[in-house]
Write a protein that binds this ligand. Structure first.
Ligand code: NAP
Length: 292
């Protein structure tokens, strides 16, 4: 099977490459090779490569910058998805769109199910939702839309690497404790995506690591594990603060834990280990980063 991954320079694309099954021929294309906003280029590239499936990881992911750059965010997050989905329909390729917990407004205390009401609070969330809707308009239930959350990996910039840097430089950090979600190792999502493709999943699915955390819980775990394995010289001070102390251009959901029950059940019996707690995956990733 031949699979094309767009957004090839990003952290999820990197983990898709690392977790790629032996029977898959992977064409991972960074923006320089495939700009998803260019409809003609998308059509020409897909028709030339003729993939059996396309996984769209390309996105405008700078959540705060998107508030003042809506046109660019939309051109990538909605139009890019639309261009890929349209050509996939024409060449009869499977299409997997990666989406986000930010399509929800966070006004809940129970994990969000795929069918729950969406109400994004930010330009990023809104344009990602528009991407989902565009894909659905073109391919209907044939497309697979996978919402995930709080991604990190050894490749690329993310919360884990930023925290380690700040903890080393300052010895103390102040971290928001009133936003709750699920930290998710991009590698575990990569494995799950290959299994979803193998199983032929369709429709909207949720995938994150198991459990839930505030950003403060996440930072404290990074500090504790990082100190234990010698990535940090001493245990830094990790102070909890309300989000109101860190005003940002984009509003973020207060509670964006995703209910992955249906997807985990659908992947039973595949190579995908169904329920790895975020702490366990964080420990693995930190160890990997430390040994690199
Ligand atoms: N990161 C998270 O916490 C998170 C949470 C929930 C959902 N997601 C979703 O998961 C997916 C993967 O995220 P990620 O963390 O891997 O993001 P990432 O590291 O920012 O990767 C996205 C990639 O897309 C590329 N890109 C931007 N504009 C493009 C264009 N016009 N054409 C082609 N490529 C383009 C970016 O290139 P440049 O770097 O050169 O701009 C980057 O390499 C995205 O759909 C994202 O919305 C992410």
């Amino acid at each position: 099977m031949k699979v094309l991954v767009s957004g090839g320079g990003g952290q999820l694309a990197c983990e898709l490459q690392r977790t790629c099954p032996a029977d898959v021929t992977l064409e991972s294309m960074p923006i320089e090779a495939l700009d998803v906003t260019d409809a003609g280029k998308v059509e020409g590239t897909l028709k030339r490569i003729k993939p059996d499936a396309v996984i769209n990881t390309a996105a405008y992911t700078a959540v705060d910058a998107a508030e003042s750059d809506e046109i660019t965010a939309r051109s990538v997050n909605r139009c890019g998805a639309e261009h890929l989905a349209r050509t996939c329909g024409e060449i009869d390729a499977r299409f997997i769109q990666i989406s986000t917990d930010f399509v929800f407004d966070g006004d809940s205390t129970v994990a969000w199910r795929p069918e729950d009401r969406v109400n994004p609070l930010s330009v990023y969330g809104r344009t990602k939702l528009e991407g989902e809707l565009a894909v659905n308009d073109i391919l209907g239930g044939d497309a697979l839309i996978v919402r995930t959350a709080w991604l990190y990996g050894a490749h690329g910039s993310n919360f884990v690497k930023t925290m380690l840097k700040l903890m080393r430089e300052r010895g103390a950090v102040r971290v928001v404790d009133d936003q709750v979600g699920t930290p998710t190792w991009a590698n575990s999502l990569g494995v799950a995506l290959w299994c979803m493709l193998e199983r032929g999943l369709r429709g909207v699915h949720h995938w994150t690591d198991d459990g839930q955390a505030s950003w403060h819980d996440f930072a404290l775990a990074i500090a504790t594990m990082g100190s234990e394995i010698g990535m940090l010289e001493k245990m830094p001070d990790v102070e909890p603060v309300p989000g109101s102390e860190f005003p940002t251009p984009a509003r973020r959901p207060a509670f964006s834990v995703l209910d992955c029950t249906q997807t985990r059940a659908a992947l039973a019996g595949t190579d995908c280990i169904p329920c790895v707690h975020w702490r366990e995956n964080l420990a693995t990733m930190l160890w990997e980063l430390h040994s690199a």
